[in-house]
Design a protein around this ligand. Structure first.
Ligand SMILES: Cc1cc2nc3c(=O)[nH]c(=O)nc-3n(C[C@H](O)[C@H](O)[C@H](O)COP(=O)(O)OP(=O)(O)OC[C@H]3O[C@@H](n4cnc5c(N)ncnc54)[C@H](O)[C@@H]3O)c2cc1C
Length: 395
């Protein structure tokens, strides 16, 4: 594996950096930036960013040109992610469309589906959400009960999804539904593209303790969808969904390492400004020094894991169960980073306002890092996959 970038790739990096400096919304990421309270206004800012990215030629960097992409490789994709991470650029709102549905359609979709759905996804015209989890089907996803029955040329979908991130902004949802009631539970599932504005779809936000509304419950009440909206074949949805989850587990890590490095740098700065109860600076305390060095090393290791993933994507075009190793590694590291931050804050940790020490960012990391140990398959599920599929241990 060659870890160096070519002169062309370095030139691309320069182009990305210049574009980002010129286009990141003014004041973004600074204490002065006023992030609106209204959920729709926040959505509008992120939609505008997606539109700008597309206009600037930075949407679908590694996707084929015929579907609106840039026809480059995953290397340019990670270069963009690294530069965007360094400048703390916005993430956009079509995260699930770009990270999950796009790669899934490129691997499993029909030609018509790729042509119909990929260009508006990249231009920010159509926002996507992921309808996998249900009240009684999370880790045991194959227990899902949402059903789709064929009526003439249409599927009629009925059921409930939960924890559906971005559903309140989404135009479309990729839904797992049971299309054969008699088949063994992994075999009777299909992956169906469902318009969120169709009659019978309703979205109910789930309000979190911090008052954010990031997820929703989504109800489907006899929602009619064209027959051809199934991806990868009827009753083949489990295989397609496992491909989607592979992308979610593996590629999510690529752009994050630089953002984690930023969080780490802020933590080191804080440790240099904070005094322990004995009056010494936290950064001089051997206990904290040891912790910080371990986290620093893990962020570096994460980068090499990321580069290895790119190598695998370039060579084989897909990710295997190793994606679980990646996910387990970076989520554990991020939890450690959040916990170390709370320890550095000490008695100041419970106060979480924007005028608090560190402007509440450490508390955001602490709580947010927990979520990543659950979505895309919980930590325990990743351990099961690693032990069974990589180590060959008995079930
Ligand atoms: C921030 C966030 C965003 C999300 N966004 C989405 C989304 O957009 N779309 C979507 O479809 N879903 C989404 N989810 C839901 C997520 O996929 C589920 O929460 C996850 O699959 C776990 O399912 P569950 O919550 O039902 O927990 P359960 O499956 O009930 O698990 C409860 C506990 O039991 C453990 N456990 C369960 N089974 C086993 C086992 N076999 N072996 C060992 N331990 C086990 C789990 O690890 C966990 O600790 C999101 C979740 C979070 C936290």
């Amino acid at each position: 594996m060659d870890l160096s970038f070519t002169p062309e790739q370095e030139a691309y990096r320069q182009k990305v950096r210049e574009w980002l400096v010129d286009n990141i919304p003014e004041g973004w990421g600074t204490p002065q930036f006023q992030w609106p309270n209204d959920e729709q206004e926040r959505g509008a800012i992120l939609r505008e960013w997606d539109r700008k990215l597309h206009e600037g030629g930075f949407a679908g960097i590694s996707w084929p040109k015929e579907y609106g992409g840039q026809g480059l490789t995953h290397v340019e994709e990670i270069i963009y992610d690294e530069e965007a991470g360094k400048l703390n650029a916005p993430g956009g709102i079509n995260v699930l469309g770009k990270l999950l549905l796009g790669p899934t359609l490129l691997q499993f979709g029909s030609e018509e589906q790729k042509q119909r759905f990929l260009p508006p996804l990249l231009s920010g015209e159509e926002i996507w959400c992921q309808g996998f989890s249900e009240p009684n089907a999370g880790s045991d996803l194959a227990a899902l009960q949402t059903r789709a029955e064929l009526d003439g040329d249409e599927w009629v979908i009925t059921g409930q999804k939960v924890w559906t991130s971005y559903a309140h902004h989404a135009d479309w949802c990729f839904v797992l539904a049971r299309t054969d009631q008699e088949a063994p539970k992994h075999r009777g599932i299909s992956f169906i593209l469902v318009p969120m504005h169709a009659e019978g779809v309703s979205v109910r936000p789930l309000v979190q303790l911090n008052k954010n509304k990031d997820f929703n419950e989504v109800f489907f009440d006899n929602v009619r969808v064209p027959k051809e909206n199934v991806v990868g074949g009827v009753n083949n949805g489990w295989k397609v969904a496992m491909g989607t989850l592979g992308f979610e587990r593996g590629t999510l890590a690529l752009g994050r390492q630089v953002r984690f490095q930023n969080e780490f740098n802020e933590l080191v700065k804080l440790a240099g400004d904070t005094r322990a109860t004995d009056g010494t600076l936290v950064k001089d305390n051997p206990y904290f020094r040891q912790k910080l060095v371990e986290i620093f090393n893990d962020i570096r290791i994460m980068r090499y894991h990321g580069l290895k993933t790119i190598s695998q994507l370039l060579n084989e075009g897909k990710l295997g169960p190793e994606a679980s190793l990646q996910k387990l590694f970076w989520t554990t590291m991020h939890v450690n980073l959040g916990e170390a931050g709370m320890e550095v804050l000490g008695e100041q940790a419970p106060y979480w306002g924007t005028d608090s020490v560190g402007r509440g960012k450490i508390q955001d990391t602490y709580f947010g890092s927990r979520g990543a140990t659950i979505y895309a398959g919980s930590t325990q599920i990743q351990k099961n996959i690693i032990s069974e599929m990589i180590l060959g241990m008995p079930r």
